[in-house]
Structures are given as structure tokens and as C-alpha cells.
Design a protein. Sequence first.
Length: 652
Amino acid sequence: MSEQCHKAYITTPIYYVNDIPHIGHAYTTIIADTLAIYSRMAGLETFFLTGTDEHGQKIEEAAKKRGKSPQEYADEISGRFKALWDEFGITYDKFIRTTDPEHKKGVQAAFLKMVEKGDIYKDVYRGHYCISCEAFFTETQLVDGEFCPECGKPTSVVEEESYFFRLSKYQEPLLQWYREHEKCILPKTRRNEVMRFVEGGLEDLSITRTSFDWGVKLPEEMNDPKHVMYVWLDALMNYLTALGYGGDEKLMDFWPARVHLIGKDILRFHAVYWPAFLMSLDLPLPHHVAAHGWWTRNGEKMSKSKGNVINPKEVADAYGLENFRYFMLREVPFGGDGDFSQKALIDRINSDLGNDLGNLLNRLIGMSGKYSAGKISSEKVEEHYTEELAEVHASMEKLEPLLFDMQLHRYLEELWKPLSIANKAIDTYQPWVMMKDGREEQALALLGLIANILAKVAVMLHPVMPRTTEKIAKALGFEIDNAAYVKLVKEGALLDPFTIEKIPPLFPRIEEVRMQEFTPGAPEAEATENKPEKKKEKASEPVEGLITIDQFFETQLKVGTIVEAEEVPKSKKLLLLQVDLGEEKPRQIIAGIKEWYGPTDLVDTQVCVVANLKPAKLMGMLSEGMILAAKDEDGLALIRPEKPKKAGTPIG
Ligand code: ME8
């Protein structure tokens, strides 16, 4: 993305409707949202597109398994993606669905244009097809002569009449594009990878199928009704049809895209096929295709078929949506893979957000209330804090290029430098001492420095944490908008004056893990069926089932003393316990142990408790923990410490 352009068209992949949204999807969408919010704030005319990819054999089969029509099924899952993005406040301008009539019309128009260009011919396709990846492979590319090299699932042999796109014709022009545009594919290492692939030779691409039905039909002019479009041609075209290609083209001046954000799994489609299709359509190529890495669980890519997905809504509910946004962007270098860990998320919230940012704001609010009745002037800041200001500006200047180069983790790292300057300045100059020893002007100017640093950071953090930064701005008495961005960031100027308002702490400290740790559950039937034996074996290898010591300690086990026990009315199984864990008040725990223990057996005895389980409701009552027990054919026995221990003693 270059700063000089005045339009910013930003896209996410359109997500397949065979998978419910997980944190991988949320990651791409949150990055795209961050870029879109930034672009709008920077005064660029912005169009942010997301949506769902609804055609193809994979979706047809998934719908059939659920006894639904593909359309019904697509409506349902597409709705879930849209609902989640709406709940997350994602600022998309359009949510496209490939089943939209305008989209289908646009894809057909593109097909005709490619025919006109002489880029399409009819032949017979013989080869292997992976339904899960919706991709063709040659014999030599397969693993063990049968399995997909991308996802490991078995491929099927296909021999059918097909239209082909002359991809081979575009080999040289593609190489030229990569060579001439250093940043066309980001990160740059990916560009090298794509170049090697294309240099290896490109075969023409089969772009229609006849063996199933769920897709965009060929244009009537082709007079060949048994063909439907290859799902990737259909899907990639969404980036154009969303702007009206082949119909009402009034948004087409947003083309070319500033950035197509994608995961590294779909790089070949976006960095090879897509630019070749665009060349065939005589359209300019995107400025950037930016491929991020994978979120993994214990080193494995997260996906529904592996049964190891993390629900982004659960994370957002447990830790706060904007904290989650910050974590995702800060934790993993763009392009690299990242293993999702709650501990890392909690550390980021407590340390970066709580200590570095939140405490700084609290200190400013406190000091300004005490020393200057909430009024802060910037008049003397330059005079007293020239060096600090210069350092702050040097950091601010580095930010935009980092963002536009997708170096989001470095962007946030750099953005934290001014915070560190501010925190250090307070510790070094000790304004409370200056207030006492006659250096009031310097002390008040220091508050001006801090307020300006916080204002600048709030503006540049706004795209990542929109609502939180609005609260910071409110506390400082200004609004985050293009004018503030120009003044504080572009011009490097100071705001003056500030009227400080007290607000509650933004990042209360998190002491406990708030989500149930993921336990490898049975993946949904539809997804497991196709797994090759090889993969299944791998999943049961002992190492796969092991956890690290850190993972173990994410479960907090404590000794508890049962102080009260009673029957749950109308329940044959449940007892209501009050268990002392050495906290302010006993925890209420509902345990399914009534068949083996009566209330009087339990009072004043000790048990082992999972203390950081998300509270759940049972029979309308809150249960705030779980008691450990072992059950075999002889019944159930509670697990108890061998000797009495103080209530709340950690186990581990
Ligand atoms: O590929 N980590 O759709 P899709 C990070 N319909 N990102 C992940 C991820 C993970 N574990 N899993 C998924 C398709 N993603 C096509 C796209 S575009 C014209 C057609 C994200 O539902 C990442 O952005 O399989 C990846 O590229 C995308 O979801 C794949 O989504």
C-alpha cells in the first residue's frame, strides 16, 4: 500500500461455508479491518470487502450430508460469518456472497471476455482433484500417489471434458510483474517462493467442471449447459464483481485492490492464477497480495477437520474483543505461524496494555487532578522536553510505512516506544518532587508531554482498538478523527489544551485463565470422513496427545474444604456445595455425586477443585468450579488430599 494513493480497496478471502468461523478467519478479518479503519482515518476513500464462498463440490457434499439444499446450507453458514463480524463491529463496506445474482453475472462476463481474448479452449481434463482444497494436482505432486499435498486428504481421479485457461501464456508476464514490483507479494519471502514456483513452469488450468452442479453456469452464449465454473475462478472474481464488474460498474474506480489479505494456504491462487486472470481481462493488478501465517494449536493448523478450532467469540467474551485484536496483531510477526495460548494473551493484556498503557493514563489522570485541576497545557513542553519529543516523533514517523508493509507486530512494537519514553520520563523526573521543590513549570510541562504522547498513541492504536482508544481520547478531552491524525501524527504537532476526565481503569488485571482449555474433541463427522489413514495414525502418536507443563498449569487445581452441602431440589444426581478455597467467600459448586454421597458425609471434608473453570449454570444455579472424582464400575470416589491442607492450597 502506498501513501500517495487516495483510494484503498481492502479485501479478505471469502470464506467457505463448510466451516464455522474460527480464530484463523477472525485473524484475517481483524487485520483487514485494522487497515480499513486506518485508511479511513488517514483520509483515503476506503472500500473494505469480505464475504462467503458458497459454490463447489465441497459445499455441495457438505449440504447433502446434512440433508439440506446447498443454498439452504450456504444461507445458514454465511449468516453465521456475517453475524459474527457484525457482533465484532467489523467495518466492512460490503459482504459479498458468491450466490448473489450480480456476482454470477459478473463471473459469466469475465468468462466471455477471456474467450474473446483467446485464452480459453475446450479439452479433456485427466488428473487428480482434491475436493477439500478444490484444487487440481498432477500425479507427481501427490503424496504416496494418492493424497493431496496441501491438506493430506485422498484425492479423486477426474477425467472429464473441461474448458481450460491458458495459464502457460502468462508465465513470463507474471514473472515480470513479480520482478518489477518488489512488494506485490508480502512478506517478500513469499514472493521468492511464488517466483520459484512459476519459473518451474505453468500448465493450463482447468476452469470448468461437468461432474457436479453447484456452481455458476457458463454464459448462455457458450451454449454448453453441462459445465459449471471452477470454484476458484468463481471465487477470485468476487474481488471484481463486488465493485460491479460486468454490471453496474460505478465502484470499479476502487480497482486495483490495495491489498488482498489472505492466509498462506491460498497464496498460489492469489499470486499466480488471479493476476493471470486479471491480465486476461486487461485489468491492472493488485498493489499487494499479503499472506499471513497460520494460527496453530500444539503446532497443527487450526481447522474444523482437525477438531482443534478455537471460537473467536469465546476468546472475545472471556478477554475482551479489543484486547484479543491487539494480541493477535502484536503476538505473531505477520507471515509467521503462531500457537494460540491463553497465557500469552493474558501476559499481553496485563503487561503491554495494563502496565504500559493503562497505568500511564491512570497516572496522568491522578497527577493532573492533583496538580492542575484536570487542565493540562502543552505550551512549555517543547522547551523542557525537547529530547523526549524528538524521540517520540522519530517513532511516530516510522509507523505508517510499517503498517503499509503489513509489519503489524513491528508497528505495535514501535508504537509502544513513546509509551516507554513517557513512563521513563515520569520515573526519571518525578513530578511529585518537582512540585515540591519549586519546579512546578517543569512538572506541569511533563504532564503536557505525557498527555500528548497518550493522544498520539491513541490515534495510531485506534485502528487496532477502536473503542478503547475512543475512551482514552475522551479521558484526554479530544476526538480521534482525520484532523487529529493530521495534527498529531502527520504534522507532529501538539494538542493544546487538554481537559482531563477521570475514567475507570481500561485494563483491569487478569489473574486467571478464563476459558476452558481446548480439549481435542471429535471433529465433526463430515470433516473426518475423508482423512487419510496416514493422518489418523499421526493423530494418535503419543506425542500428539501430550501437553506441556505450561498447558498443565493453565488448569488451576486447589484444595477446597466443603463448608456446606445440600440437595438440589428435584434433582436425583446433584448436590449443592459451598467450598472454601481460601478466597473471600466460599465457591458454590454443583456436583453430580448425590448417588454416592449425602450432604452430611461431605461437610468439613476436603476435596480437589478445578478453580479456574468458566462458571456454568446447572438447573438454573451457578456452579463456580468442579470437584475431582474417579468413577469405575464400583461407583464414584472423591479425590482428596492425603493429609489436611489449608483451603486454597494449589495442587500441582
Ligand atoms: O480458502 N490460521 O476459504 P477458507 C490463520 N474460499 N488463518 C486461517 C486459518 C488458520 N488456522 N484457517 C483459515 C478459502 N484461515 C477460499 C478463499 S478467496 C477468493 C477464496 C483464514 O474458508 C485465512 O485467511 O478455507 C485463509 O486464507 C482463509 O481463512 C481460508 O478460508
